[in-house]
Design a protein around this ligand. Structure first.
Ligand SMILES: Cc1cc2nc3c(=O)[nH]c(=O)nc-3n(C[C@H](O)[C@H](O)[C@H](O)COP(=O)(O)O)c2cc1C
Length: 198
């Protein structure tokens, strides 16, 4: 059974991105476990004098390290990823590297019609930075537009075309994670900015 970490890029009590991760966890429970983690406990990122990271970041990093992959559902604020997600990723790349070589599937839900397409493109760019060094699932975008109306009372996605798309994505992500495992076993980390000058 595969094990994924599910991150909703929010610190809001009510979030359609959290709903999306919860739907994924329920809908694919036969194939994988998806553990939803929260970012609300992490302080806003700052560089510490001794390069330490908060306990909440260490705990999250430990979960990511042992997972087969990470699924991130991002909201979109002003065509960008939310500050809480950006800040969390900074902690998770500050002298720790839980995302290095880790398969990541990006998705997102937003109230707008474009369903986080811009935030997703930005998130992809962030995750590809040397200190994060994640392996992002290629050619995969899953966007839930008008997300306030996208789920029924049971929390299931109403649009069955979207669900079929998600089915294929999740199948492909499992294959991607498997191939990636073989690839990273043979590869060496090349880039590190912090050890020299940060
Ligand atoms: C300051 C602000 C900026 C926003 N900018 C966008 C945007 O650029 N694109 C978009 O689709 N929705 C935008 N929204 C609406 C969000 O999609 C919505 O508020 C929500 O955060 C969606 O994710 P959630 O349900 O997980 O919180 C914005 C909302 C706020 C409060």
């Amino acid at each position: 059974m595969l094990h994924y970490i599910g991150i909703a890029g929010t610190n809001s009590a009510h979030s359609t991105n959290r709903q999306l991760i919860q739907f994924v966890a329920r809908h694919y429970a036969q194939d994988a476990t998806v553990e939803l983690v929260e970012l609300g406990d992490l302080p806003l990122f700052y560089k510490t004098a001794d390069h330490s990271v908060p306990a909440a970041a260490t705990a999250l990093a430990a979960k990511i390290e042992v997972a087969d992959g990470v699924i991130i559902a991002t909201p979109e604020y002003d065509h960008s990823v939310p500050a809480v997600l950006s800040s969390a990723l900074a902690w998770l790349s500050y002298h720790i590297h839980p995302f290095a070589g880790k398969p990541v599937l990006i998705m997102g839900a937003s109230y707008g019609s474009l369903g986080t397409s811009r935030a997703q493109a930005q998130l992809r760019q962030i995750l590809e930075s040397p200190e994060l060094d994640a392996r992002i699932m290629p050619s995969a975008e899953f966007m839930v537009g008008h997300s306030l109306a996208a789920f029924d009372d049971n929390g299931d996605l109403k649009d069955l075309t979207l669900v079929a798309q998600l089915d294929a994505l999740m199948t492909n992500f499992a294959i991607f994670a498997d191939v990636n495992r073989q690839l990273t076993a043979k590869m060496t980390r090349t880039a590190d900015w912090q050890d020299s000058n940060h």
